[in-house]
Design a protein around this ligand. Structure first.
Ligand SMILES: Nc1ncnc2c1ncn2[C@@H]1O[C@H](COP(=O)(O)OP(=O)(O)OP(=O)(O)O)[C@@H](O)[C@H]1O
Ligand SMILES: [Mg+2]
Length: 552
């Protein structure tokens, strides 16, 4: 009889993603092409930010017969040293970011190597790489992944003298398609430009048409700084993994050096909680003097439980940097040309007890704000995580969830789906809890959703004032028009009836009187609602609503 275990096999992570390529965003022909560009461009922006370079990125897409496309992505950043290029672009779960706790777009070590895999499984071809690190030499090579072993293979390696500095990747793909729909490369780069005003991005489309999203500031974003994880933000698994890779000599010093806010006094306190009433020969006793590599799972679990019982100083939030109010406003004005913009930058907060994050949000109204719908223009949400646009999987994202739960009518937006409105949200953190390896949606965690709601409600309040003011101005103009219609008739009839005065003079006087009253705001019909600034609205004091009150 056949035994299932005769078929027992071990597979590599590359084989796993070959089989589950949709997890990396390679599903749907348009989406797959956008994913490729997303991976290459986020890598360039990360490299630029870490090295303090103003990025110049170009993406060229060419179409070939049988719906094959070649994507060439080039930057002026750091390049990748020869020693690392194979693993960086031809091995999954390898890179400079996965193990570091810092604000970057990439965090898994799968993006670029996923593209190498996708190129090879749809066309059978390797990717071509050119790299210059600024040492006067430039190398080029072809690169693919041995999917069985998740190991890089490099061929056709050449090195030559040259000044090129940066990375250029050229890869061919099938099962992709270029168009200009809402989920296209074009839209993706437009959104990237909004959130990265320091970057110059050029797109050359298959038609040969060239679009430049120009740099609108020379201010390089603050270099992201690496922070140590906070004890409240980690799991037993994280603790074990870190302990087993640690070079510290003792569990105690491992905890004080590899986590933030852990002092020797805290170790004593944790030791006291973990080992309370246990003698050293008790199998449950945790020895803080032993090597971290010897830490066992149940011991790590007890340490994690003790972490929850200790009072901690909150993690430092210096490590997170938003785009900034001024820049967001400038970008939205440049790209959407709206009538009105309001931007807020919330104070940094913490999720899962120990991971610092912050939300910046904006609302743009009128102009090209909003998105095209079957009925005209409707409300749009543009989502970003660490300045990288999130174009897909909006349904399961904390940002969309937050916007959905806001009662827009309270902000004079009668129907969100039918207004020329763009809501901008950037989630900034040293760790973005994505829902999947494709990095397109932020997980639905209450603390995150709530904070995004507060941010959006803040700008919605400003929008309400604007929309309300606009409505009143419209009403006043209508009223004036109606009154003016009677002035002419009245000025002609009144002198006749009274047997005195001249129509021309009377008309001029009446017009002057109405204009004066209008200027003094005495022709409004809704004074009962409160003063000009909407001081009292919905029976609540200015600047407060349910959520803010809840928060206080
Ligand atoms: N344009 C580039 N310039 C410099 N280094 C790069 C560039 N592209 C990739 N790298 C290096 O290659 C590594 C692997 O890139 P990859 O996109 O696979 O993973 P990642 O960016 O670390 O994480 P993620 O999977 O979330 O994108 C990066 O960590 C980085 O060190
Ligand atoms: Mg990446």
């Amino acid at each position: 009889m056949a035994n299932a275990f005769d078929e027992f096999k071990v597979h590599s992570v590359a084989e796993f993603f070959k089989k589950n390529r949709q997890m990396l965003g390679f599903s749907g022909r348009v989406r797959s092409l956008t994913t490729v560009v997303h991976e290459y461009v986020t890598n360039s922006l990360d490299a630029a930010e870490e090295a303090g370079i103003l990025p110049d990125i170009s993406v060229e897409i060419k179409e070939f017969p049988n719906e094959h496309y070649v994507v060439k992505a080039e930057d002026n950043c750091t390049g990748i040293p020869q020693k690392h290029v194979g693993k960086a672009l031809g091995m999954m779960l390898a890179g400079t970011k996965f193990h570091r706790y810092m604000q970057q777009r990439g965090q898994q070590g799968i993006g670029a190597s996923g593209c190498t895999m996708f190129s090879q499984i749809t066309t059978g071809k390797p990717v071509h790489v050119k790299s210059g690190t600024g040492n006067g030499k430039v190398f080029e090579c072809d690169l693919f992944i041995d999917l069985k072993t998740n190991q890089p293979k490099i061929t056709n390696f050449v090195e030559m003298p040259g000044d090129f500095k940066g990375l250029s990747i050229q890869a061919e793909f099938a099962e992709v398609k270029y168009d200009k729909s809402t989920h296209s490369v074009f839209e993706y780069l437009k959104l990237t430009a909004i959130a990265n005003p320091h970057a110059q991005i050029t797109l050359i489309e298959p038609t040969g048409e060239k679009t430049v999203f120009p740099r609108s500031t020379n201010q390089i974003p603050k270099r992201p700084s690496e922070i140590l994880p906070h004890p409240l933000g980690i799991t037993t698994n994280d603790l074990i993994e870190k302990a087993h890779h640690s070079v510290s000599r003792k569990v105690g010093s491992f905890l004080t050096t590899e986590f933030s806010r852990v002092s020797n006094d805290k170790i004593k306190e944790i030791d006291g909680i973990v080992n309370e009433g246990k003698a050293p020969d008790n199998p449950e006793y945790v020895n803080f003097e032993k090597k971290p590599s010897e830490l066992k799972w149940p011991e790590a679990e007890r340490i994690i439980l003790a972490f929850q019982k200790v009072k901690w100083i909150a993690p430092s939030t210096d490590s997170i940097t938003p785009i900034g109010k001024e820049q967001v406003e400038k970008s939205l004005r440049n790209i959407l040309n709206p009538e009105f913009v309001s931007v807020t930058e919330r104070k940094p907060k913490v999720f899962r007890g120990g991971v610092p994050f912050m939300v910046e949000a904006a609302v743009a109204y009128g102009g090209q704000a909003g998105t095209k719908t079957a009925n005209g223009i409707g409300g749009d949400i543009i989502r970003f995580a660490n300045r990288a646009p999130l174009l897909f999987d909006g349904g399961g994202c904390a940002t969309t969830e937050a916007v959905k739960t806001i009662d827009w009518k309270r902000y004079d937006i009668k129907d969100f789906e039918n207004e020329p409105l763009t809501v901008f949200i950037n989630f900034v953190s040293v760790y973005v809890p994505y829902t999947g390896a494709g990095k397109q949606a932020i997980s639905l965690e209450d603390e995150i959703i709530q904070e995004i709601r507060y941010a959006v409600m803040e700008v919605a309040r400003d929008l309400e004032r604007y929309v309300h003011g606009k409505f009143r101005a419209h009403e006043r103009a209508n009223k004036i028009k109606a009154i003016m219609r009677y002035v002419k008739q009245l000025s002609a009839d009144l002198p006749d009836l009274a047997g005195m005065g001249k129509p021309d003079q009377l008309e001029a006087k009446l017009v002057k009187l109405i204009e004066t009253k209008y200027m003094q705001g005495e022709l409004e019909g809704d004074e009962e609602e409160g003063d000009e600034n909407g001081e009292v609205k919905n029976g609540k004091p200015e600047g407060k609503d349910d959520a803010e009150e809840e928060e206080q």
